[in-house]
Design a protein around this ligand. Structure first.
Ligand SMILES: [Mn+2]
Length: 382
């Protein structure tokens, strides 16, 4: 049996005000090619199907199209909800979908969803655990000590009728960490993941006995603890911090019990998301302009700020997302103790100094008057 593991589709996402829907459609098409070429039997979608709990119309349309394609290819499809999904909305139509071999577990209802499949080596049990918090699980087992995410997942699994003498696959959308290793965050997971504490982490030993654990939640593709517990990662780069991380999807082949093979298939986006750094003149020299359709984050090292830098860059790279500076001024700013700098100074003095620091010249009277007026309106000064 051959399985494609994907996660964190975030359909309908915008990055720096750029709508990613075309890029998402492109990458889903690439997945369909992989499914055809590799003769995939089942697709596991490990949560964060949508970017938000109320998905945009085009995001719903795109998922509808993707699921129709999968159903048309007779691919068995399994979906769990992530923390970005609304369980009620994702659950819509799930009974009807079952007829087309699309299995959705969007909300934990006290029973871990199980689908029994089989191949030439016997039975394969596919278990679907939607994103859960401790309180949701506690609700079903009020007498048990369920305080952390780890407690919650252990309780869910303890109440499932697992037989580890057979082959078992689990899909989950949680923060899972090995004992010693660090999890590499992609950067676009959202604040809830970025601020995650150790209390919310789930130990990999929770999953001892499973032949493969298909995880979603972390956007950097990686294994956790062992090769067969892994995050597929998001399908696309959704932040500057992901610029240097190539995206891939695991294709997992199951033989007899104990025989699992993982192959990572690299994804090639329609437009890459790249970070370029240097002086404006050099970055925009004709020989240095490559893939002008790409999403570009620019760090300018020019000492003087460039007027209308964004407009200029968008003439060369129309999908320029952000421009920042790294020069003597910005480095100086990093070492500045704000409290000390502002001590005993009036608002106008602070603004004048800041202006001089940023632009290397004095603020004009007219500009200073505007800033003072703004401060009065904002209630900062009298
Ligand atoms: Mn996500």
């Amino acid at each position: 049996m051959k399985l494609l593991h994907i996660a964190d589709l975030h359909l309908g996402k915008t990055v720096n005000d750029f709508n990613m829907i075309e890029d998402q459609e492109y990458i889903l098409n690439q997945l369909l090619d992989i499914i055809r070429e590799q003769k995939i039997d089942a697709v596991l979608i490990a949560g964060d199907v949508y970017d938000r709990s109320i998905p945009s119309e085009e995001a719903v349309k795109l998922l509808d199209w993707f699921l129709c394609q999968l159903a048309g290819m007779h691919t068995e499809t399994f979906i769990i909800s992530g923390n970005h999904d609304s369980d009620e909305r994702l659950n819509f139509g799930s009974s009807l979908f079952e007829i087309n071999n699309i299995h959705i577990a969007a909300k934990y209802d006290g029973t871990l969803y199980e689908k029994e499949c089989s191949d030439e080596f016997g039975k394969v049990h596919i278990w679907l655990l939607p994103f859960v918090k401790a309180s949701q699980v506690k609700h079903f087992y009020p007498d048990e000590k369920i305080e952390s995410y780890d407690d919650a997942v252990r309780a869910v699994l303890a109440h499932a009728n697992l037989d580890f003498s057979q082959r078992n696959i689990l899909a989950a959308h949680q923060f899972v960490a090995g004992k010693s290793e660090e999890i590499k965050l992609g950067g676009s997971e959202g604040a809830s993941v970025q601020n995650v504490g150790t209390v919310e982490k789930i130990g990999t030993d929770c999953f001892d006995g499973f032949d493969y654990v298909a995880l979603g939640h972390i956007h950097s593709p990686q294994q956790v603890g062992r090769e067969t517990i892994r995050y597929a990662g998001s399908l696309l780069k959704y932040s500057l911090s992901e610029a240097d991380t190539a995206k891939s999807v695991p294709v997992v082949t199951f033989g007899e019990k104990g025989e699992v093979q993982v192959e990572l298939v690299e994804l090639k986006p329609r437009r890459d998301l790249r970070h370029i750094k240097g002086k404006m003149k050099q970055l925009l020299a004709p020989e240095n302009i490559i893939s002008p359709e790409d999403y570009i984050y620019v760090t300018l090292t020019d000492e003087e700020p460039v007027n209308n830098a964004m407009d200029i860059f968008r003439q060369y790279y129309k999908n320029t997302m952000q421009i920042t500076y790294d020069n003597a001024h910005t480095r100086e700013m990093e070492h500045v103790d704000i409290a000390k700098v502002t001590e005993g100074k009036t608002y106008s003095e602070q603004i004048s100094e800041f202006y001089r620091m940023m632009y290397g010249t004095d603020i004009s009277n007219e500009e200073l008057q505007i800033m003072e007026e703004v401060a009065r309106e904002a209630g900062i000064t009298e």
